[in-house]
Design a protein around this ligand. Structure first.
Ligand code: C2E
Ligand code: CA
Ligand code: CA
Length: 707
C-alpha cells in the first residue's frame, strides 16, 4: 500500500483502508479540538494525497483523492522541526505566515502529526485545521492527535511495509542527489547567559520521504551516493556563508567517512575557514581516528573547528571527544530531554561539561525544548544551547537572516513572537518588577515571580485567572477601555494606576504599563504588562488627600472638599440639595466662655450633624460657625425633614463644653436645591440657601420677641 511511499497510494487501495473508521477518528479529533476540517493524507514522491477528509472540506477547497505538493506544505516542516505540531494562529508564525498555502487553504489554526511506519518513517499525516485562529490550542491537545495518528498508523500498516527499496524509489533518490534537489535550513546556537546567537547549524532538507534528513542520507548511502550527497551539502552551505551574520560560526554535519575523502582544499577555497565548524558523529562504532585526524589536519590548520555531535547518545562515547580534541562538544538531546526533572541526566551532563571544560572545549546542549531544560543546562555549567525552545531551524531566504540573530539585538522586538524568545524570557524571569504576558482575552500566559509575590498567587492560580478577575471592579472599566483602544489599533501602550485584589483579599495598588505586541500582520497578539506596587505611595497620598480635605478641628470635610463635592454633583446633572446651617449666637460662646469652649461646641455640633444625616450626605465646615450639608435629595419636603432631624439631634441634649458647663446647641438651617434643568449655578443655590437661613432666623427671632 501507499504508506511506504513506494507503491500505490492508499486511495488506490480503498478496500484496504478502513475509511469509515478513520473518518470516525478524524471526526472525534476535530470535535475535541474545535476545528473545522480534519484529514488523513499519505505521502508519495513528494506529493501529499488526501486520503480521508472529515468536516468542512470546502473550507480548505479540497476533497478526497486530491494531491498537493509536499514541498510547500506545513506537514514536512512539522516532520523536520521547522514548525511545531500545533499552530494556534498561523498569522503569528513567520514560517506559516509566509507560506502561500496558508492563504490558498485559508489556514487559521493547524494541528498535524505524522503517521509513522514501523521503521519510524513518516508515511502520511493526520491534520486538523480551521479558518479561524484558535488561541486556546496548546501542547496538551497534542496527546489526542498523537494517539489517533498512532492508531491509524497501526490500522494501515501492511505486511509488506518496510521492505526493500523499489526501483522507482532508487530512481527518486538518485534524482535528488544528481540534481542537488535539497534545501539547507539553519538552526541558531545560543549563549545561555545572554541568549545571544553565537553560531548556526546547517541542516539538510529533502523533498521526498522519509523527510528526516538522517533517513534520506542513510538511503542515499545505501545506494553508494552518501559521500557525493554530503559533499554537495557542505559545498552548498559554504556558498551560503556570506549571507550569514559575520560573528556567528557555521556548523555543518558530516559523517567521518565523508570527512575522510572530501576534497577539502577545493571546498574551503572561497571561505574564511575560521567560520566553519565540522560536526562529526560516528554512528558505526569503529573508526580509525588516526586517519580521520590526518584528513582533518589541513582544515584545522587553516582554522576550521571541529564539534563532536550527539555526545551521550550511546554510539558517540566520550572517547571520540578525547581522540579528536574538538573545539565543541554537543550534548545529545536524549540527555537534555527532561534534564530538569532527572538527576541522572543532570549528573551526566555535568560530568561531560567538566571534562570538556578541562579540554578547553565549548559545550552545546542540543534539543532544549523548555525553560526548565534551559535552566538545568545552565545550572550544570553548560554555556551554549540549541533547541526548539530557543529557535527552530529556518531557511535563509532573501532579506531574512536567522531571526534569532536579529532578535538578539533588540530586547523587545514588536513583530516577533516574544514567547520563547530567550532574552525576553530572561528579562521576564529576572525582572524585579512584576511582569506578565497577557492574552487578548485577559488570561495570564506568563507571570514572573515578582508579580506573584506582589499579589500572593501561585503560578498555577494566576494561570487560571484573567486580569479582569483580580482587578478591583471600580477600576476595571478604565482598564478595559484602554485595552480596547489597543485592540482597535488606536494606541500601542497605556499607563494606569489600578487596584488589584490579592490572593488574601488585600487591595494592592499597581502602576501598570501595558504594551501591545503585534503579530507580523499587525494584529495584536498579546499584551506585555509591567506592574509596580505603589500601595505604600497610595496610602501616603490618601492620608495627605484626606488631610487636605478635612477640617482639622471637627474632622468633617473642609470648605474646599465641600466645593469639590458640589462641582461633582453639578456636572453629574442629577441635582442636589444644600442645607445651610449656622450656629446660634456662637460669637457669644467664644466671648463668654473662651475659645476652648467654642471649639468644643463646634466639634460636638459637627458630630451631631454627621449623626443626623445619611451616609451619602456630606457635612462640610463652610466657615467659622457655618456648616453645609450637601445631599442628593432635591425635594423641599425631604430637605425640610432633614433640617428637622438635625435640629432634633442638636437640641436633644445640651453640649458639655468643659468644667461641667453645659450649653444648649442651636442652629438655624436654610435650604435650597438645584433641580435638573433649573439653570441654577452652585453660587446661586448657595445664595438661596443662605438667604433662606437668614429669613428663617429673622422669623424665629421675631417670633421669640413677639412671644
Ligand atoms: P543532528 O546533527 O543532531 O541535528 C539536530 C537535530 O535535532 C535536527 O534534526 C534538528 O532539527 C533537531 N532539533 C533541534 N532542536 C530540537 C529540539 O528542541 N527538539 C527536537 N526534538 N529536535 C530538535 P534534523 O534536521 O531532522 O536532523 C537529524 C539528523 O540528520 C542530524 O542530527 C544529523 O545527524 C543529520 N543531518 C541533518 N542534516 C545533515 C546534513 O546536512 N549532513 C549530514 N551529514 N547529516 C545531516
Ligand atoms: Ca549536528
Ligand atoms: Ca546532534
Amino acid at each position: 500500500m501507499g504508506f511506504d511511499g513506494v507503491d500505490e497510494p492508499l486511495s488506490e487501495h480503498g478496500a484496504e483502508l478502513p475509511v469509515e473508521l478513520v473518518r470516525t477518528l478524524l471526526s472525534l479529533l476535530r470535535h475535541r479540538l474545535g476545528l473545522e476540517t480534519a484529514w488523513l493524507s499519505s505521502f508519495r514522491d513528494g506529493v501529499q494525497i488526501f486520503e480521508v477528509l472529515d468536516g468542512d472540506a470546502d473550507a480548505i477547497g479540497l476533497s478526497s483523492g486530491d494531491r498537493t505538493s509536499l514541498f510547500d506544505s506545513y506537514c514536512v516542516r512539522v516532520i523536520d522541526g521547522r514548525l511545531p505540531a500545533i499552530i494556534p494562529d498561523t498569522s503569528t508564525n513567520q514560517t506559516t505566515d509566509a507560506l502561500p498555502i496558508t492563504t490558498e487553504m485559508s489556514l487559521g489554526a493547524y494541528v498535524g502529526v505524522p503517521v509513522l511506519n514501523r521503521n519510524g518513517g513518516a508515511v502520511g499525516m493526520v491534520c486538523a485545521v480551521s479558518r479561524e485562529p484558535k488561541p486556546y490550542l496548546a501542547d496538551i491537545d497534542l496527546r489526542i492527535v498523537k494517539q489517533i495518528a498512532e492508531l491509524i498508523g497501526t490500522l494501515i500498516e501492511s505486511p509488506d511495509s518496510g521492505r526493500d527499496t523499489t526501483a522507482a524509489q532508487r530512481a527518486s533518490i538518485r534524482r535528488v542527489v544528481y540534481q542537488r534537489d535539497f534545501e539547507v535550513v539553519f538552526q541558531s546556537v545560543h549563549e545561555v547567559a545572554t541568549g545571544k546567537v553565537v553560531g548556526v547549524e546547517a541542516l539538510a532538507r529533502f523533498p521526498r520521504e522519509p523527510f528526516r534528513p538522517d533517513g534520506f542520507l542513510a538511503q542515499a548511502a545505501l545506494l553508494g551516493l552518501g559521500i557525493e550527497l554530503e559533499t554537495a551539502i557542505v559545498a552548498r552551505v559554504i556558498s551560503m556563508v556570506p549571507q550569514l551574520p559575520e560573528d556567528v560560526f557555521v556548523a555543518v554535519n558530516i559523517s567521518p567517512s565523508a570527512a575522510l575523502v572530501a576534497p577539502w582544499a577545493q571546498i574551503l577555497a572561497d571561505v574564511d575557514p575560521s567560520r566553519i565548524v565540522l560536526e562529526l558523529t560516528e554512528h558505526d562504532a569503529v573508526l580509525d581516528y588516526g586517519a580521520l585526524d590526518d584528513a582533518l589536519e589541513p582544515c584545522r590548520a587553516r582554522g576550521v573547528r571541529v564539534a563532536v555531535d550527539d555526545v551521550g547518545a550511546g554510539f558517540s562515547s566520550f572517547s571520540h571527544v578525547l581522540e579528536l580534541s574538538p573545539e565543541f562538544v554537543k550534548i545529545d538531546q536524549s540527555i537534555t530531554r527532561h534534564i530538569d526533572v532527572d538527576d541522572a541526566r543532570r549528573r551526566l551532563a555535568h560530568a561531560i561539561a567538566e571534562l570538556a571544560g578541562q579540554m578547553g572545549a565549548t559545550v552545546i546542549a542540543e534539543g532544549v525544548e523548555t525553560q526548565g531544560e534551559l535552566d538545568a543546562v545552565s545550572s550544570v555549567g553548560i554555556s551554549s544551547a540549541q533547541g526548539y525552545y530557543l529557535s527552530r531551524p529556518r531557511p535563509l531566504v532573501h532579506g531574512f537572516p536567522p531571526a534569532a540573530a536579529a532578535a538578539s539585538n533588540d530586547l523587545l522586538p514588536t513583530a516577533v513572537d516574544l514567547l520563547g524568545e530567550r532574552r525576553f524570557e530572561l528579562a521576564l524571569a529576572h525582572s524585579p518588577i512584576g511582569m506578565a504576558v497577557v492574552g487578548l482575552d485577559g488570561t495570564f500566559l506568563r507571570t514572573n515571580r515578582a508579580l506573584r509575590n506582589m499579589l500572593g498567587y501561585t503560578k498555577r492560580e494566576l494561570a487560571e485567572l484573567t486580569f479582569q478577575e483580580i482587578t478591583h471592579p471600580d477600576d476595571l472599566d478604565a482598564d478595559l477601555a484602554l485595552l480596547t483602544e489597543c485592540l482597535e489599533g488606536r494606541r500601542r501602550s497605556y499607563r494606569i494606576d489600578k487596584r488589584y485584589i490579592a490572593a488574601d483579599g488585600r487591595i494592592v495598588w499597581g502602576a501598570l504599563t501595558v504594551v501591545v505586541v503585534n503579530a507580523p500582520r499587525d494584529q495584536p497578539r498579546y499584551f506585555v504588562s509591567q506592574i509596580v506596587d505603589v500601595t505604600a505611595d497610595r496610602i501616603r497620598e490618601a492620608d495627605l488627600a484626606r488631610q487636605a480635605a478635612t477640617d482639622p478641628l471637627t474632622g468633617v470635610a473642609n470648605r474646599s472638599a465641600g466645593w469639590s463635592r458640589l462641582e461633582q454633583l453639578d456636572v453629574s446633572g442629577r441635582g442636589y440639595g444644600i442645607l445651610f446651617c449656622d450656629i446660634e449666637r456662637f460669637k457669644n460662646v467664644n466671648d463668654q466662655y473662651g475659645h476652648r469652649a467654642g471649639d468644643r461646641l463646634l466639634v460636638e455640633v459637627a458630630a451631631r450633624l454627621r449623626a443626623a444625616v445619611g451616609d451619602e450626605d456630606m457635612v462640610a465646615r463652610w466657615g467659622g460657625d457655618e456648616f453645609l450639608v450637601i445631599t442628593d435629595s432635591v425635594n423641599d419636603w425631604e430637605l425640610a425633614r432633614l433640617a428637622d432631624r438635625i435640629t432634633d439631634q442638636l437640641e436633644s441634649t445640651p453640649v458639655t463644653v468643659g468644667e461641667g458647663r453645659q450649653l444648649p446647641a442651636q442652629m438655624t438651617i436654610g435650604f435650597a436645591a438645584h433641580r435638573t434643568g433649573d439653570g441654577r449655578s452652585i453660587d446661586g443655590v448657595l445664595e438661596h440657601a443662605d438667604q433662606a437661613m437668614y429669613n428663617k432666623r429673622r422669623r424665629d427671632r421675631a417670633r421669640a420677641a413677639g412671644s
